[in-house]
Design a protein around this ligand. Sequence first.
Ligand SMILES: Cc1cc2nc3c(=O)[nH]c(=O)nc-3n(C[C@H](O)[C@H](O)[C@H](O)COP(=O)(O)OP(=O)(O)OC[C@H]3O[C@@H](n4cnc5c(N)ncnc54)[C@H](O)[C@@H]3O)c2cc1C
Length: 423
Amino acid sequence: MARICVLGAGIGGMSLAYELRASLGKEHPITVIGEGELFSFVPSNPWLAVGWRTPEAIQIAVAPHLARKGIDFVSVGAEQVLPAQNQVRLRDGRTFDYDYLVIATGPRLAFDEVPGLGPQAFTQSICTTPHASAALSAYQKFLDDPGPVVIGAAAGASCFGPAYEFAMILDADLRKRRVRDRVPMTFVTSEPYIGHMGLGGVGDSKGLLESEFRQRHIRWICNARISAVQADTMTVDEYDADGKLHKTHELAHRYAMVLPAFTGVDAVRGIEGLCNPRGFIQIDAHQRNPTFPNIFAAGVCVAIPPVEATPVPTGAPKTGFMIESMITAICHNLRAEIDGKPALAKATWNAICLADMGDTGIAFVALPQIPPRNVTWARTGKWVHLAKVAYEKYFLRKIKTGNTEPVYEKYILKALGIERLKS
Ligand SMILES: Cc1cc2nc3c(=O)[nH]c(=O)nc-3n(C[C@H](O)[C@H](O)[C@H](O)COP(=O)(O)OP(=O)(O)OC[C@H]3O[C@@H](n4cnc5c(N)ncnc54)[C@H](O)[C@@H]3O)c2cc1C
């Protein structure tokens, strides 16, 4: 019998717990340690921030669903991972023993790296569901007296898709309300060009997203480092291709939403051998930590080098399907490990991303995510908006039923040449 602990009850952790149960059978106890009772479907946060969703529609109390699959749930959160003792210290002071630990804690949001950034200061966030709810309240107030809007991503950010989504969704919502003419919009990003996405571009993502921004009258500043935010202005340093300061902008804003850089969460940051200097979990090709071989990791918490050096630092994103491929590899490797066989499965890290734009959308496919790639394309269309809504419904159902890879997902994605494991 092996005691398995999954740390984090988000997109990665929940899928992982269900997939592990299916792969290992009932004889191995599985416990998920989360923070609070609720699972949040993070990709719907941009909709929540303009009032197109309610928190109740995108959150699920997980304990009863996990219990039906024989998975225990602890909601108090982890204070500290203690890898040398094979223990997790919980926030209520208890300790939890494990034989195998899988870390899926997502990011810590590094608002502290820019003065004035974040919901405690002068910018909104859509990174968590409570943040998106607060962003909605601020938006409702803003609608009483609209003015300039700034949307963007800070230096060192690795997650750009939701910033583009939110800019387009906000544009669509303001047009619906017939107040878009009172709202000059600027997109500010650390990417070297629009559509880079931390990926060196995907197909013609540059052309497609620039065209969308032109169509929607959204100005942009690339190679941008937000140096400070005040109540009604944002100071943005724009760099040239050689990394030299080109211009400093003082942007007026009455509403701003900026995605911060990420680091690893406090429960793991600073643990030697486990994390890199930013607190992301170091893993080998099999999702396993080289220093503590009974620890695996999946999702936004893993360390991945940037795809390329950029004048203002950017990181590589970790998107939903890429995370699912990590999870499948971990399940195969834990099964092998428990059976006394070598753990050799490798995730494909294929990226499929559906970016909603309110009334239409852009789909990106990058196989694999890190170039050079075998397949790369980006397409726009109303079908992407519908596909994203379907993905939301499908994923929330998956969390309730525990069925992590239904037949249609397996065969449709396979037919498109998209697989989770390297052969
Ligand atoms: C706004 C937004 C929209 C996105 N949209 C898309 C999209 O449309 N498509 C796509 O492919 N990707 C998207 N992504 C990227 C990615 O898929 C998501 O970030 C996804 O939620 C990452 O999953 P995760 O499991 O790594 O982290 P999360 O889903 O963030 O889950 C981590 C969990 O760990 C918990 N946790 C943290 N610390 C502790 C602790 N100490 N103890 C216990 N629990 C802890 C957190 O509370 C959280 O529940 C989006 C990201 C953001 C921020």
